[in-house]
Design a protein around this ligand. Structure first.
Ligand code: GZL
Length: 626
């Protein structure tokens, strides 16, 4: 190509690009301008596809809820399951000038970058159903598919009622993470019953017709099958029609998932006796609009993740389930009385947490009966019993340890008082003793701590030695931060934990563990991993008293991200702190007010958290509010 021609092509390309940008900008302004007089906010919705019934239900729920807010407008895009198209859809929505994006990604990995780009450009992003990697978004709302699978497994086991038999799983697209999680949950329950044989039939697509064809093609094998598990209600419909056409609909029962409420859909099939049970998979469309309003109006209490509750629907409870869905929930604003059992005052984190709870109670018109148990489970149980006697509206517990709560929680359930777990979790033999967990993802915090070590500490010998300062034994943050850390440690052959001790999350005991170690060992530790900042700061004092330079002779990583930890990082004595947000007051009180007003409570509400190290400590220390 001659030089002259090249110049012409270049100029032409620049001109075309210029025209495209102007047109896009004009359309964007025009689009947004078109609405500027009518609405305050335009919310863009990017849906992976509108072919699957569940995805269509999500959009419909979003649009239905949006009608309640005259100051917003919804613009929806259908990516038709094509990742490139979803990226273009998002760009078009941005050009239009949306104020917030709701997206249900086609593909977790591939949409991560696009969601991150939008979020980092200051547009709030609510991710729905399928997650993205990392945490570069405003809020995730979705179901717990592993729990849905477990609930389906429990429904199937109940049908066998101890008798031997065979259940056939009809599985669709097993590459989809939600199906993998459901099957994992289902198998984890059913495989615990040796008298139940588990068979699987994989289908190309998860559709009614493919289910019909799959069962029709295996008629002779169905003689031994007692129950079919269908991984969606539409698959269940196809399964039912196939069984009916083979005259087997009385001999073989069906359990489905999704719990749609339309005519001849999941709940209706259960009520007609065509299906023994279905497990609801809430779309979260209603919650997405409600949280979108909270975000756009910069209200406090918006968490990082809301994991929706799924229900097992049978003929016995289907009517109640439908009535609850239709029930209008309005927060009267009336005073709510809350009994709160707090762990104690063991750390700066805890002081900030208590302050947050007390301040938010005032902000949300909640009368707070607050008990501080000084790390005694016995005192916490006594406080819960007092709250029951006082007939509070709701009991909230931050449990000092995970186990030993069944009896008192059954007493609260018998008294009809809902119990919410704040900050820490419990493990109970009986299900449904607590309503919701609001707090952090401790497993992820432990993983983040070890990922930081892996990515920022270069081994200078075959095995780098780690000393672990643990919280109090049996507490969920202790157990899970330990497990999360160990999960990543397994991938790091150059690191090993050579010593760990329980410091009960206190400064003094973190210091004592280091002093004891130094009395019994020559110092051979390269890294200290502390389950919270207080123990790390205690360790720092002990090291300095022994002439060991914290942050340089030994790297120190902790959890919480308190202001004192930021100061230690600025002083070069601490290397990294993984955030565990104690400011649970607002999301907790918002969730409790929602519950009392009749809204379905999520299963888990997870708070926003980041990782901070010395490279950013100066930038953030002035912004730390705890
Ligand atoms: C975590 C919380 C832990 C903090 C500690 O949610 O329970 O207890 O990490 C606190 O600082 O003592």
């Amino acid at each position: 190509m001659s030089k002259k021609l090249k110049q012409i092509v270049l100029i032409g390309t620049i001109l075309l690009l210029f025209v495209f940008i102007c047109v896009s900008f004009y359309l964007g302004r025009q689009g947004r301008a078109e609405y500027k007089d009518e609405v305050e906010y335009v919310i863009g919705v990017s849906q992976a596809n509108m072919r699957e019934a569940w995805r269509l239900a999500l959009i419909q729920e979003i649009q239905e809820e949006a009608k309640k807010y005259p100051n917003i407008r919804i613009i929806a895009k259908d990516a038709t399951s094509i990742v490139d198209k979803q990226e273009q859809d998002v760009d078009k929505l941005l050009q239009f000038g949306i104020d917030l994006l709701i997206i249900s990604p086609c593909d977790t990995g591939k949409m991560t970058e696009k969601v991150k780009e939008v979020y980092q450009n200051g547009i709030p992003v609510i991710v729905m159903d399928r997650g993205v990697e990392g945490f570069e978004y405003s809020l995730f709302i979705g179901p717990d598919n592993d729990m849905i699978g477990r609930q389906a497994g429990e429904a199937v086991v109940a049908l066998f009622d101890g008798r031997p038999g065979t259940v056939l799983k009809l599985c669709g697209n097993v590459s989809a993470t939600q199906n993998q999680e459901r099957i994992r949950g289902f198998d984890s329950v059913v495989q615990g019953y040796s008298q139940i044989t588990l068979e699987t039939r994989y289908m190309e697509k998860e559709l009614k017709d493919t289910a019909y064809d799959a069962l029709s093609a295996m008629q002779e094998k169905l003689q031994d099958v007692d129950v079919v598990f269908a991984n969606s209600d539409y698959v269940a419909q196809g399964a039912y029609e196939a069984l009916r056409d083979m005259g087997l609909e009385q001999a073989i029962q069906i359990v489905g998932t999704d719990g749609f409420t339309g005519e001849d859909e999941g709940v209706d099939m259960v009520m007609q006796g065509k299906m023994a049970a279905t497990i609801s998979c809430p779309t979260g469309g209603r919650e997405a609009i409600q949280y979108a309003i909270n975000i756009l109006e910069q209200q406090s209490g918006v968490p990082k993740q809301v994991i929706l509750r799924s229900r097992t629907i049978t003929r016995e409870n289907a009517d109640r389930y439908l009535a609850a869905l239709k029930k209008e929930t309005a927060d009267t604003g009336n005073l709510i009385t809350m009994g709160y059992s707090q762990v104690g005052q063991e750390s700066k984190w805890r002081f900030a947490n208590t302050r947050s709870i007390q301040e938010a109670a005032r902000e949300f018109n909640i009368r707070l009966l607050f008990d501080d148990a000084n790390q005694s489970q016995e005192k916490q149980i006594a406080a819960i019993r007092r709250f029951i006697q006082e007939k509070v509206d709701v009991i909230v517990v931050s449990p000092v340890v995970e186990t030993g709560w069944d009896e008192v929680l059954k007493e609260a359930k018998a008294a009809g008082i809902p119990v919410v777990m704040s900050d820490r979790k419990v493990v109970t033999a009986e299900k449904d003793l607590t309503m919701t967990y609001i707090g952090a993802d401790f497993l992820e915090e432990g993983r983040r701590a070890m990922r930081w070590i892996r990515d920022n500490i270069t081994p200078h010998k075959q095995k780098m030695n780690i000393l672990e300062l643990k919280g109090n034994k049996g507490a969920s943050p202790t157990e899970e931060r330990g497990r999360g850390f160990a999960e990543i440690l397994k991938e790091c052959p150059n690191f090993q934990v050579i010593y760990s001790g329980y410091g009960n999350f206190t400064y003094e005991e973190g210091k004592e563990i280091i002093e004891r170690y130094l009395q019994n060992h020559a110092w051979d530790v390269d890294v200290i991993y502390a389950h919270n900042d207080d123990m790390a700061l205690g360790a720092i004092e002990a090291l300095e008293q022994s002439g060991i330079s914290p942050g340089t002779d030994v790297k120190i990583i902790s959890v919480d991200a308190t202001r004192d930890a930021f100061q230690a990082m600025v002083d070069g004595k601490l290397n990294c702190t993984v955030e565990c947000n104690p400011l649970l007051g607002a999301p907790l009180m918002k969730a409790v007010r929602d519950m009392v007003s009749g809204k379905e409570m999520p299963v888990r509400i997870i708070t926003e958290e980041k990782v901070y190290d010395q490279s950013v400590a100066e930038d953030f220390i002035s912004q730390r509010v705890y």
